[in-house]
Design a protein around this ligand. Structure first.
Ligand code: SIN
Length: 289
């Protein structure tokens, strides 16, 4: 196996990997290390079944998405990210990730990482952008960095769900779905639990406000952090080919589906790996005291 860098700051490609056969411990360990070191790992040219994707994704336990109507019929661990329809009904989440986000940051224990496998791609567009939240944090002005170090922010799926439902792009959450995803609070700066490296942990998709500061100041702070995380120097654009599997670290990057023409089909299979409660510098300092 060879790991080849795709960007000066993060993102790499793993060459010489065939996920249609079980990986031995050495190969799996090498991939796990590359994943933690580079945050986004691209594995091209794969021909795998849903069961093989599920088997490979077990860097941790897998999430079953709250939108049950879009789970793969053979493997509920796979969420269909798709704009295709069958019998007039969408087969998957057509607008998944059309805003910057870290998968499931609205859970008390957000996702550790996700694997997206390309099955059907449009002729035009359909790229995915990734932002390194480590690099975005490193680029912050030291005064701003000090200001946010001990702050916490709200992450809320219903906030995003209401925006999508108002735009008519997604069914409104049922009361039962809403009850399963109450708002949660996470540190604004997250220490990566594998490497200890700090990263910004806010995103436009799911973070409506910062706690403990006046509302206006919170909005300004969030605006500054979102801007820093979208600096072109911290972005990697993935141009998909059928058979690509991209594994990314939700503790370290945010991502955005850039979209494609509505009359061109796009279907990908996503597995989402469970993570742990985010720890920030404040919790770390308290634990050390
Ligand atoms: C996602 O946010 O999980 C989907 C990204 C994409 O479809 O490019």
């Amino acid at each position: 196996m060879e790991i080849r860098s795709l960007h000066p700051l993060f993102a790499a490609e793993a060459l010489g990997v065939d996920l249609s056969h079980p990986l031995d411990d050495d190969a799996f360990g090498a991939l796990r290390r590359a994943f933690e070191a580079h945050s986004v790992l691209v594995i091209r040219g794969q021909d795998i079944t849903p069961a093989q994707q599920v088997a490979f994704s077990r860097l941790g336990e897998l999430e079953i998405h709250v939108l049950k109507q879009f789970l793969h019929p053979e493997a509920p661990e796979i969420l269909l990210v798709s704009n295709e329809t069958r019998d007039g009904k969408p087969i998957g989440l057509g607008d998944a990730g059309h805003y910057w986000h870290s998968d499931l940051s609205y859970l008390a224990e957000p996702s550790l990482g996700s694997a997206l496998y390309a099955r059907v791609l449009p002729r035009d567009g359909g790229d995915t952008l990734f932002a390194s939240m480590h690099a975005a944090y490193d680029r912050l002005d030291p005064t701003l960095r000090a200001r946010i170090h001990h702050l916490e922010a709200v992450h809320d799926y219903a906030y995003r769900g209401d925006i999508q439902a108002d735009a008519g792009t997604r069914p409104r959450l049922t009361p039962e779905q809403r009850a399963r995803v109450p708002p949660v609070v996470h540190p604004v700066v997250r220490l990566h639990d594998g490497t200890g490296r700090p990263a910004l942990f806010v995103n436009e998709g799911f973070t409506p406000r910062i706690l403990g500061v006046p509302e206006e100041e919170g909005r300004t702070l969030l605006g500054a952090l979102f801007k820093a995380s979208l600096d072109p120097s911290v972005l990697y654009r993935h141009r998909w080919r059928v058979g690509d599997l991209v594994l990314w670290d939700n503790r370290a990057v945010t991502h955005l589906a850039t979209g494609c023409p509505a009359d061109q089909a796009r279907t990908l299979h996503r597995t989402t790996i469970k993570g742990t409660r985010p720890i920030g510098p404040r919790a770390n300092a308290l634990a050390a005291a």
